[in-house]
Design a protein around this ligand. Sequence first.
Ligand SMILES: [Zn+2]
Length: 174
Amino acid sequence: MCETCKVHRPPRSTHCKRLGKCVLRFDHYCPYTSNAIGFYNHKFFILLVTYGSIAMTMVEINLCCIFYDYYFHSAPEKTIHWSLWYLLFQNGFFCFMCYFLVAIQQFLLFNNLTFKEFHLWWREWHKGKKKVYDFPRKFYKTIYINIQQVMGDDYLVWGCPWKNVLSNDGHYWE
Ligand SMILES: [Zn+2]
């Protein structure tokens, strides 16, 4: 039962303080999208970080080519504007941040975990209260089903940014 919303809270859902609502299969609150990531938008979050990191990698490669051309095949009429240096470092920083998010999200996706569930275990493990074999595997089925539960039943549209068809309604988890 949620004390604030006065509703029955299904398993894996959490009351998000910043949103002021209960969120089904709560993953985390994302400050960049100003939204809680949960049952209905987790797929879009995963696609955002995945495609974002691909796009930023392409930008970074292009920038590296420009700099390489300038310093190793320098033509006197060419100059490098300071904003390109800024873009190189800023894009590089966000690129690595995105890789980190993609890696975490893939790991959680394959293990049928939310970030919150993983974080709770991690914190206890760090304090020595939980062991590696206590790793939460309560909702683990097979890797394929684990992915389906977030990305949708039809694997052909896992990579497409439209609403996923889920056999689960987010209220009942076995
Ligand atoms: Zn609530």
